[in-house]
Design a protein around this ligand. Structure first.
Ligand SMILES: [Zn+2]
Ligand SMILES: [Zn+2]
Length: 163
């Protein structure tokens, strides 16, 4: 699971556990090993994970949790601000660690499901100009570019990389 050219850096797994532990305590919620392991999987990863992939990642950590627990914990992580939820129009949600650079865009490969990130100042300026032209008080925007990644087009994607 390696994603190149990420915007910002992911927290370490240990920091992830600690941050979520504190948040759960502050909110009077039970701190369980499963919850902390789920936080570690998502926040310690540089990927955009589906709930299914989080469950798989858990097993790699030697933990197991039912689907309901995984979803409930992911919702808590989103509430805590440690994790950001993404909907790329695939029919399921993905989750990524909140990082120091909050705003970036995504490229989604429709063949292998790989997600790449980018940030482009020209795009930021463009959305401001478009909003102004429509007398619109801009609050934000989200862009997902769908297509086929270079590895899939060349048929060079190693079979062991994601799905
Ligand atoms: Zn691809
Ligand atoms: Zn992202």
């Amino acid at each position: 699971m390696n994603t190149p050219a990420l915007v910002g850096t992911a927290r370490t797994a240990q920091e992830a556990r600690e941050a979520f532990r504190l948040w759960l305590r502050e909110h009077g919620l039970p701190v369980t090993g499963q919850r902390l392991a789920i936080a570690e999987v998502v926040i310690g990863s540089a990927d955009h994970l589906s709930a299914e992939e989080v469950a798989q990642g858990l097993e790699a950590h030697g933990e197991k949790a039912g689907t309901a627990t995984v979803y409930r914990t992911l919702d808590l992580l989103v509430k805590s601000g440690l994790v950001v939820e993404r909907d790329f129009g695939e029919g399921f949600r993905r989750f990524e660690a909140a990082r120091d650079v909050p705003h970036h865009e995504h490229l989604l490969c429709t063949e292998c499901g790989a997600v790449q990130e980018f940030r482009d100042e020209r795009l930021e300026r463009m959305t401001t100009l478009i909003a102004e032209a429509h007398d619109f008080a801009r609050q934000g925007h989200r862009l997902v570019i769908r297509g086929v990644c270079s590895a899939c087009r060349r048929g060079t994607r190693p079979s062991d990389v994601r799905r």
